[in-house]
Design a protein around this ligand. Structure first.
Ligand SMILES: [Zn+2]
Length: 280
């Protein structure tokens, strides 16, 4: 959900450095050399399809037939890109390509790892392709299952190719209770075509964003409850709403569709909160 620039790094550079770091006695070295051209060819294909939001066209069955090759390519990622000194430099470079160190999938937690957008177990040819490596938090990396992607709306939002920041699609509602909670969902706005709505809902479900945002918003609200009550009592509804709107506008200059913005909008849209809860 946070749009990122593509990593300024090509698979040809990565694979060459990784191959060079391997000992000649390593019996995988010769076979891995043979995949070099294919890695480059598939990187081009990835970029072409990614730019058209068509990565779902890639069929994992076609890419996954040769078990030995698959093991070699996964080895290249797990043992070389992640663990070797030479590979770690690239790993860290891709991981550092974020905004405010935030995970682009949830837009909230800190980046701790790299995630394979197309899972390496099903799409091994992209195991070390920088365009397929996404800086992510542990939770998002864990929540995303290694599944095949066969349809447009089965694709989660790709931070390098998708940009939904111009559309306001995240909404929240206050749930009246002793301690108010917040219900987050994808808003079906006119600007959002059905396929994109379905895709965002899928993304939302995969990363359990409703739960994550709701927990954060409820905590934040509790922390600010006293402040909100006093402000509302002192200034009255109109000024209170005006003030929150100005905070929303200020936040929107930098980011859209954050749980903070949706929460603030939910607060000023809740009659119950403004007329009853905060005045009791
Ligand atoms: Zn995350």
């Amino acid at each position: 959900m946070i749009k990122l620039e593509k990593p300024q790094l090509e698979v040809s550079e990565v694979v060459d450095v990784l191959i060079n770091s391997m000992r000649n006695s390593n019996n995988r070295k010769e076979s891995i050399k043979k995949y070099r051209n294919e890695l480059i060819e598939f990187e081009n294909k990835y970029d072409e399809l990614g730019s058209k939001q068509q990565l779902y066209i890639l069929n994992s069955n076609d890419l996954n037939k040769n078990e030995e090759k698959k093991n070699d390519l996964i080895y290249l990622y797990e043992e070389k890109l992640v663990k070797s000194k030479e590979g770690r430099k690239y790993y860290n470079q891709i991981k550092a390509n974020t905004k405010f160190d935030k995970c682009p999938y949830c837009g909230h937690e800190r980046v701790e790892t790299l995630d394979h957008y197309l899972p390496k177990s099903n799409y091994p040819i992209f195991s070390i392709t920088p365009l397929n490596l996404i800086p992510a938090c542990f939770n998002c990396n864990h929540n995303k299952l290694d599944e095949d992607i066969n349809r447009y709306d089965e694709m989660i939002i790709h931070p390098y190719y998708d940009d939904f920041s111009k559309i306001e699609w995240l909404k929240a509602e206050v749930i009246p209770n002793e301690e108010p909670s917040f219900f987050f969902s994808v808003a079906k706005t006119e600007k959002l075509i059905t396929e994109d709505y379905n895709r965002l809902v899928h993304h939302f479900e995969v990363f359990k964003l409703a739960e994550l945002y709701s927990a954060n918003a409820s905590r934040e609200f509790q922390n600010k409850k006293k402040y909100f009550k006093e402000k509302l009592l002192f200034y009255g509804n109109e000024e209170f709403i005006k003030d929150i709107k100005s905070e929303i506008e200020s936040r929107k200059e930098k980011e859209t569709n954050t749980w903070e913005i949706a929460m603030l909008e939910a607060i000023i849209n809740s009659q119950w909160l403004l007329e009853e809860y905060l005045k009791s």
